[in-house]
Design a protein around this ligand. Structure first.
Ligand code: AMP
Ligand code: ZN
Length: 113
């Protein structure tokens, strides 16, 4: 399967990992939208959050736990941050491998674009 994030998780596509665990990796976004912009992904390929089967839905909690850990380690709490999971065409998803964006370091606006 030709998936760029599977390549990063597997080590065949270069990325600077800021976290690596048994089931999750995190790395900086190539095109950052904030001073801190990290992508947190499962090593397993799920095309979107909608494709995670009930039996493995705990992986979404693992992604959230790593976001907490990174926010703590990088001092972006209590200032705050935004977690984004773009999903499907109207959700603005462009890479078909589940990922959580961790954005921080500037004031976030609402509504999102
Ligand atoms: P999304 O639009 O939510 O699917 O987000 C995909 C994100 O992946 C975008 O913010 C891209 O900048 C980012 N991206 C694409 N390829 C790479 C890569 N090789 N390394 C790091 N980030 C990437
Ligand atoms: Zn993948």
């Amino acid at each position: 399967m030709d998936c760029i994030f599977c390549g990063i998780a597997g080590g065949s596509v270069p990325a600077t990992l800021v976290y690596e665990g048994e089931r999750v990796v995190a790395f900086p976004d190539l095109n950052p939208q904030a001073p801190t912009h990290i992508l947190i992904i499962p090593k397993a390929h799920y095309a979107s959050i909608q494709d995670v089967p009930p039996a493995d839905i705990g992986i979404v909690a693992e992604l959230a736990a790593i976001a907490q850990e990174l926010a703590r380690a990088r001092g972006i709490w209590p200032s705050g941050y935004r977690l984004v999971v773009n999903s499907g065409p109207q959700g603005g998803q462009t890479v078909g491998h589940l990922h959580v964006h961790l954005l921080a370091g500037r004031q976030m606006m609402w509504p999102p674009g």
